[in-house]
Ligand binder design. Structure first.
Ligand code: ASP
Length: 321
């Protein structure tokens, strides 16, 4: 009999209405699940629920919660066949990215999910998301950190939140889905990670000072000069298209060069959800390359931002994964 661990961190899935809008509910999540007969189906794996305190709207999740989720999974790794992390949708893609770097050499699945409507409410998408995630966590087919939502299993560090109100809230525009859940759950073995034969390693992240700067037409880059100081360990630059910035931006290249000399790593991501950064394809990006910026290739900003918190960021980035 398979056994999985459900880690409940907060998010809409367990929220209740208040006069200030939705907030984490007081009732233990395991009690809400116990009222829904589907969760005692023999077709589901046995499960335990670990409930975090305090429960959070995911807007409040920080590096410390990423580490707490990672270390909880690591500590219980031998007791379970897989893990489901219940999390708010707003920053789930960031947490999924971070966990994929925190938990290395996985031989068991870690599936993040949540919902747009709380589990106890009418028309909730929570039951379907949770049941499919539990089945995937017990399937023995997945050995990585993933995000499951509305029929799609997505690589954690490729996920982005696409919609604030649709049930189809996530996608991975730059990487194929790992599985699709229709009548059956169809896994795509060719794109799934292979089971690691090395022991799992926990690499907790540090709260490094990192910034994200989105380039826009007419940006007055001088205004940002005060922010990009030697105190910043990394900057994710969200550029146009294949890594382009305005040509008048000599101020930008000066800042990047200064950052480079200070040891601040500047990674270039694209504002486009698909495609790849290719520094030097246009003159409008060659200046970034000359100034010492690194191509983030096809990484999401969410992944690049958490990747900076790893000491070996540069070597991981060089293979674009
Ligand atoms: N604000 C909520 C959260 O991220 C949204 C959700 O869970 O859908 O915690």
């Amino acid at each position: 009999m398979k056994r999985i661990c459900i880690i409940y961190t907060g998010g809409t899935i367990g929220m209740e209405r208040s006069e200030n809008g939705y907030k984490p509910g007081k009732e233990p999540f395991a009690n809400i699940m116990a009222r829904i007969s589907d969760f005692s189906s023999s077709e589901l794996p046995k499960y335990d629920v670990i409930e975090f305190s305090p429960l959070l709207d995911s807007s409040d999740v920080t590096v410390s919660e990423w580490n707490k989720i990672g270390s909880t999974i690591y500590e219980h790794m031998d007791e379970y066949d897989g893990f489901v992390v219940l999390h708010g949708t707003d920053t789930m893609a960031y947490t999924a990215s971070a966990l994929s770097f925190i938990l290395q050499n996985l031989s068991k699945p870690v599936i993040l999910t949540g919902s747009q409507i709380p589990l106890g409410e009418i028309r909730s998408d929570a039951k379907d998301n949770l049941i499919a995630s539990m089945m995937i966590a017990a399937s023995g087919k997945v050995f990585e950190v993933c995000l499951y939502f509305a029929g799609k299993l997505i690589r954690g560090n490729r996920a982005i939140k696409m919609s604030a109100d649709s049930f189809i809230a996530f996608d991975s525009p730059n990487y194929p889905h790992l599985a699709e859940a229709g009548i059956d759950i169809k896994y795509r073995d060719s794109v799934l990670m292979k089971k690691s034969d090395k022991p799992c390693v926990l690499k907790e992240l540090n709260e490094e000072p990192v910034g994200v700067l989105k380039i826009f037409p007419g940006i007055q880059i001088e205004l940002f000069e005060q922010i990009i100081t030697e105190k910043l360990r990394g900057v994710v630059l969200e550029t146009f298209g294949a890594g382009n910035v305005p040509n008048y931006c000599s101020a930008l290249t000066n800042i990047i060069q200064k950052a480079y000399e200070n040891g601040t790593i500047v990674v270039v991501c694209s504002q486009c959800p698909t495609g790849t950064v290719s520094l030097g394809t246009y003159a409008a990006s060659s200046c970034l390359k000359r100034a010492g910026a690194v191509s983030g290739k096809n990484m999401t900003t969410e992944a690049a931002e958490s990747l900076w918190k790893l000491i070996f960021a540069a070597s991981l980035m060089s293979n674009g994964e």
